[in-house]
Write a protein of this length. Structure first.
Length: 254
């Protein structure tokens, strides 16, 4: 037979158990939040070191580019299993035989294009979405095309989750560009082709700028910077590079 005293003891014991589990839950949550914060702080430190050592110590001098490279969380555009390599001085695989470019190359391509706040940009080869994010903070609008649907979906989701509202991602063959959104002030191509696709030239605004790696698959390619003047491209060699190949229609003869 239960007495008032035993009921009270049972109640107090149950209350202590409940309070204990609440304490474990909230302390556990606190530790998880602190751990996540510490991890983000570590990535932030790695990002600052990347800018100082890999960019400033070379030839990246554009302050706007340096600032955005210091802010964009490159690691969040990578699969979790390779995030430890996010701020290393080399490309990193992201799946589907594609890579996220070396930080220096992202910064270099951005710097030579010298994007302005009012610019509208077309990017061919979304990949992880990292280059799009870098451009997003520097220009008015970014339109980006990825030929591999799963990568396009993942990049769109990542960009949206991180709040990049001026980037529009489309799955498709970038060879044809995005005529309904043209003309573009800048066109970036982040995969190597053996020639510059003519639709991209057509969609580039007068005095617009094009950055593209040109060359054969498996060989050293040339990073080309071109300006459209009088309807024609004036090309300049920037440096030697090695990019994954642009696929789709570009691989077929015109």
């Amino acid at each position: 037979m239960l007495t008032a005293s035993s009921v009270r003891i049972s109640f107090i014991f149950s209350l202590k158990i409940i309070l204990f589990f609440y304490w474990v839950f909230f302390v556990g949550e606190w530790y998880l939040i602190r751990a996540a914060q510490n991890t983000e702080d570590q990535y932030g430190s790695l990002r600052e070191r990347m800018v100082e050592v890999q960019l400033k110590n070379r030839d990246i001098k554009n302050e706007r580019v340096l600032e955005v490279m210091k802010v964009v969380p490159r690691h969040l555009f990578m699969p979790s299993e390779v995030r430890a390599y996010a701020y290393k001085d080399h490309p990193v695989p992201i799946g589907q035989n594609q890579t996220i470019s070396q930080p220096y190359i992202v910064a270099l391509m951005t710097q030579i294009a010298n994007p302005q706040p009012e610019d509208r940009v077309l990017e061919i080869g979304t990949g992880s979405g990292y280059q799009s994010a870098v451009l997003s903070d520097l220009v008015a609008e970014v339109f980006t095309i990825e030929i591999i649907p799963s990568l396009a979906y993942r990049a769109r989701e990542t960009l949206s989750r991180l709040g990049y509202k001026n980037v529009t991602v489309r799955a498709g063959d970038g060879y044809a560009g995005w005529s309904e959104k043209s003309p573009f002030d800048i066109i970036f191509v982040t995969a190597a082709a053996d020639r510059i696709p003519s639709p991209l030239v057509d969609q580039l605004a007068e005095n617009g700028k094009l950055v593209i790696p040109v060359g054969k698959v498996g060989e050293i390619q040339s990073l080309i910077f071109a300006t459209k003047i009088g309807g024609q491209l004036r090309k300049t060699f920037v440096t030697s590079v090695r990019f994954v190949p642009m696929t789709g229609k570009v691989q077929k003869p015109d």
